[in-house]
Every structure is written in structure tokens, then in C-alpha cells.
Design a protein around this ligand. Structure first.
Ligand code: NAD
Ligand code: UGA
Length: 458
């Protein structure tokens, strides 16, 4: 008789693989297999060079891989052998047909559900790990109920709240784990099994339960609220720039109010990442489909302000560099959507890069981790862009530097050295407010920050 719980995760991406690595490390009674249709990705998970960069992840993967954590492309076999299946496939914004540009594209998720139905030979708990529209569990149940050979599928919603760059810590010390289930006898039994798994390392009072729909909706709303804070502070940054107020001082003053709190008040060139925009647009789409137009409009404005912030940044560059950027060499420092990740999905740096190429800029992009993904994302423009990892080399002969990602190293560069090798007047646009702007101004740079008055020599 087997004495372990067989866990399968469908989808070996930024969520599936780190989450399963932590479950394997913390639950020795579980055998965890992560499968993916992407053969190359699975090969990388089985190699010394993991397919994603995430601080601390390598150590965890190597401590359990081949013991109770396995990466494989054998999806059918994995489904057959599993007791519990997490579905962590991608759920991007739909790019075609009804709801294009707003609704969630459920094709990957639906295919996974159908594969589960086709290959299951025993009853299973199926867990939504992907972020999904409210009521998706109901559709999954409908698909899976087509089985008439006595196999039961209990559906749970267990959204993931990790953030990239801090994923390992977020998984080891989550603020909360949310599990949504039906309130039926079988639903509660399935819920308990998942609670027991998390209880191996998460305090019981941090494991919260709800009905399935609250759980699905809470994930969308959590991302909505986080993104809303960024858009709120970014909207005020525009006002600071014209009134000589300083956004950092304003953020500090409001953040010390315990009702507001200090987190997620860093003004920036806008939020990026694969989820904020897509999840808010999904929320907007759901509201619209229920006729809640005012609610939809409210949330859509969070995305609109984000677009405004990025466009505003480029316009400010053009204006401050004497209304033309054509043939100027400009160096972007940082293309990842935030520090400590190699992920460039929806990165504001890519938006800015595209706009600068349209302005006929000679563009150089530098990043310590994300250059491969950047090249892939901008492959249609690769003739107009050079990629140089070393920031000193990248900035030689440039008219302007733009800091797009808050990598720690960019606040500590030798800006004296960089200034000397730039064309004068030298411009620095700090899209993350991480440099010592007064010092840079004294060196000779014209310095432009977010939500602060400009420091110019002309
Ligand atoms: P990802 O694109 O990195 O990974 C998804 C993986 O699923 C891909 O490797 C893809 O090949 C695989 N896949 C798709 N269909 C499959 C199928 N039928 N069978 C096997 N494999 C299949 O995506 P991600 O960033 O890990 O996000 C996954 C989900 O988690 C999304 O719904 C996202 O919204 C949510 N989420 C992401 C984050 C994050 O930080 N990235 C955080 C919380 C939640
Ligand atoms: C976000 C959420 O924080 C996670 O809880 C959630 O699980 C995840 O989305 C998801 O569903 O994918 P992530 O996108 O990885 O995580 O990273 P964040 O730290 O939230 O940053 C998102 C963007 O907002 C980044 O571009 C970041 O630079 C920007 N940001 C964040 C700011 O501009 N200012 C801030 O104060 C905070």
C-alpha cells in the first residue's frame, strides 16, 4: 500500500514550479510531480540552469529534486498516478473574438481540465492554482462531471499570492493561504486534505477558508487593490512634478497613517508584470458582463492611469531633450518588470523601448538578469536595439540614461565614471527614484525623477 500523497501540478511556470518545490520540501509524505507541455522548460527544471531566476529557488529545487520532486512531460502518466492535481497553467488576456483585450483566455486551462477528465482512472481533488474568473470552478466541475465511470472530482480554489523576486519567502511565510471549497461533506473533506498539506509549515490561523467564488474573486480583488495603490501614488506624482511637492515625502506622510500603511506607495514608471493588468481587465470584464458599468469603469481607470504614467514619462523625455530624440543614443538600465526577476512580461521598460524606437533613438538595453527575455519580447525590433549587460559599457557615448528597474546595483553605480563617458548635456531619467539625485546633479547630470521637480543645468 502506498504511504505517500501523489501530487501533480500541471504548468511548470513562475507559479507552478516554485510552489511545488516548497510543498515537496515541507511535506515529505508527498511525492510531487510538475508537468508541462513545454519540453525545453522541463529540461531546464531538470538541469543546473533553472528556466526562471528567483532568489533562493535554486537551493530549494536542488534539495528535493529527484527525491520527492520531479519535473516531467509525461502529463497522462502524471494524471493517472495523482491523488491531488494543482492546475497552474497560464491564463492570459484573450486576444481574439468576444472579450478580446479584456476577458481571460481560458484555452490552456480548459485543455488541462479535459486532459484530467480523459486520463483519470481514480477520484481526485483538482485545485485551481491559476488566477481565474469568478465561477470558473463551476465550469471545471461541469467538464469533469462528464465522467460516468464512478470517478469523483472535488474542485478547490487555492489562489497564489506570491510576488516574483520574493516568491520563495512569500511561499515559506505567506500572509495567508486561501482555500475555497463547496460547503458539502465532500467539499469540506477535500478542503481538509489541502489544509493538512499547508499545515506542515503555515500557522493554522493563516490558513483561511471560504466558498469557492469568494476565493476566486479575492485573488482578482487583491491584485486590483495592490495595483490601485500604485496608480493612486503615480497619479499624485504627476501633481507633485508641477507643484514642487515631493512624492516620497507625500508617500511617507500618508503611509504613516496606520489606516493607509506604507507598502506599495513607491511612485514609478508604472506597474508591470504578467498579472496586474490582466487580472484587473478580467475584473472589469466580469463587472461589465453583470451590467455593473460604474464598477467596471472605476477599476479600468487603474489601468488607464498606468498607461498614462508610462506615456507621460516618454513625453517628458522628449520635451526635456529639446523635442527630438532622433539619432540620440539612449541607454535603458533595467528591463525586468521589477528587481530580482528575469521576467519582462508587461514591463514598462518594453513600452518605453518601443516608443523610443519609434522616435528613431539608437537604443541600448542593459539588465543583469532579463536580457534573454527582453530580446525575445522585442525580437521584432532587434535591429534597432543593442543589448549590453554591463551598465558602464552600455552607457558609453549615450545622451541619456533611463532607470526602468530598481535593481539595487543601479543605485550604487559610479555615476562620475558614467557621466565622463556620456555626451553632454547628459540626462538621467530615474523611473524608480533610486539614485541620489542631488549628488548626480552636482556631478553635472540633468536629473528627472518621478514626482519630484526637475534638476536641470539649463
Ligand atoms: P507561466 O506562463 O510562467 O507558466 C504556465 C505554464 O503552463 C507554461 O509553462 C505552459 O507551457 C504550461 N501549460 C499551459 N497549458 C498546459 C497544459 N495543458 N498542460 C501542461 N502545461 C501547460 O505562468 P505563471 O506566471 O506561472 O502563471 C500561472 C498562473 O498563476 C496564471 O493564472 C497567473 O495569473 C497566476 N499567478 C501568477 C503569479 C506570478 O507571479 N507569475 C503569481 C500569482 C498567480
Ligand atoms: C503581484 C502581487 O504582488 C502578488 O501578490 C500576486 O500574486 C502577483 O502579482 C500575481 O498575481 O501575479 P508581482 O506582479 O510579481 O506580484 O510583483 P509586485 O511586487 O506586486 O509588483 C508589480 C509591479 O508594480 C512591478 O512592476 C513593480 O515595480 C510595481 N510597483 C510595486 C510599483 O511601481 N510601486 C510599488 O510601490 C510597488
Amino acid at each position: 500500500m502506498k504511504n505517500y500523497i501523489n501530487i501533480l501540478c500541471i504548468g511548470a511556470g513562475y507559479v507552478g514550479a516554485p510552489t511545488m518545490s516548497v510543498i515537496a520540501q515541507k511535506c515529505k509524505e508527498c511525492k510531487v510531480t510538475v508537468v508541462d507541455i513545454n519540453k525545453k522548460r522541463i529540461e531546464q527544471w531538470n538541469s543546473d540552469t533553472l528556466p526562471i531566476y528567483e532568489p533562493g529557488l535554486n537551493e530549494i529545487v536542488t534539495s528535493v529534486r529527484g527525491k520527492n520532486l520531479f519535473f516531467s512531460t509525461e502529463i497522462e502518466k502524471g494524471i493517472k498516478e495523482s491523488d491531488i492535481i494543482f492546475v497552474a497553467v497560464n491564463t492570459p488576456t484573450k486576444e481574439f473574438g468576444f472579450g478580446a483585450g479584456m476577458a481571460t483566455d481560458l484555452q490552456y486551462w480548459e485543455k488541462a481540465a479535459r486532459q484530467i477528465l480523459e486520463h483519470s482512472e481514480s477520484s481526485k481533488i483538482v485545485i485551481e492554482k491559476s488566477t481565474l474568473p469568478v465561477k470558473t470552478a463551476e465550469s471545471m466541475e461541469r467538464i469533469l462531471q462528464k465522467s460516468n465511470n464512478g470517478i469523483r472530482f472535488d474542485i478547490l480554489s487555492n489562489p497564489e499570492f506570491l510576488a516574483e523576486g520574493t516568491a520563495v519567502n512569500d511561499l515559506l511565510n505567506p500572509d495567508r493561504v486561501l482555500i475555497g471549497s463547496k460547503e458539502t461533506k465532500d467539499g469540506l473533506k477535500a478542503r481538509k486534505k489541502l489544509v493538512d498539506i499547508y499545515s506542515n509549515w503555515v500557522d493554522k490561523d493563516k490558513i483561511i477558508t471560504s466558498n469557492i467564488w469568494s476565493s476566486e474573486l479575492s485573488k482578482l480583488v487583491a491584485n486590483g487593490f495592490l495595483a490601485q495603490r500604485v496608480s493612486s501614488i503615480n497619479s499624485i506624482s504627476a501633481l507633485c512634478e508641477v507643484t514642487n511637492a515631493d512624492i516620497k515625502e507625500v508617500a511617507k506622510a500618508i503611509g504613516m497613517d496606520s489606516r493607509i500603511g506604507s507598502k506599495f506607495l513607491n511612485a514609478s514608471i508604472g506597474f508591470g508584470g504578467s498579472c496586474f493588468k490582466k487580472d484587473i481587465l478580467n475584473l472589469v470584464y466580469i463587472c461589465k458582463s453583470y451590467g455593473l458599468d460604474e464598477v467596471a469603469q472605476y477599476w479600468e481607470n487603474v489601468v488607464n492611469i498606468n498607461i498614462y504614467q508610462q506615456e507621460r514619462f516618454v513625453l517628458k523625455m522628449i520635451k526635456s531633450m529639446f523635442n527630438t530624440l532622433a539619432s540620440r543614443k539612449i541607454c535603458i538600465l533595467g528591463s525586468a518588470f521589477k528587481a530580482n526577476t528575469d521576467d519582462t512580461r508587461e514591463s514598462p521598460a518594453l513600452f518605453i523601448a518601443r516608443k523610443l524606437v519609434e522616435e528613431k533613438v539608437e537604443l541600448v538595453i542593459s539588465d543583469p538578469r532579463a536580457l534573454n527575455n527582453t530580446k525575445l519580447s522585442l525580437k521584432d525590433l532587434n535591429e534597432s536595439i543593442s543589448y549590453i549587460e554591463d551598465p558602464y559599457e552600455a552607457s558609453i557615448g549615450s545622451h541619456a540614461i533611463i532607470i526602468c528597474t530598481e535593481w539595487d546595483k543601479y543605485s550604487k553605480l559610479d555615476y562620475n565614471k558614467i557621466y565622463k563617458q556620456m555626451v553632454k548635456p547628459a540626462f538621467l531619467f530615474d523611473g524608480r527614484n533610486i539614485v541620489d539625485r542631488k549628488k548626480l546633479f552636482e556631478i553635472g547630470f540633468n536629473v528627472f525623477s518621478i514626482g519630484k521637480s526637475d534638476l536641470t543645468h539649463y
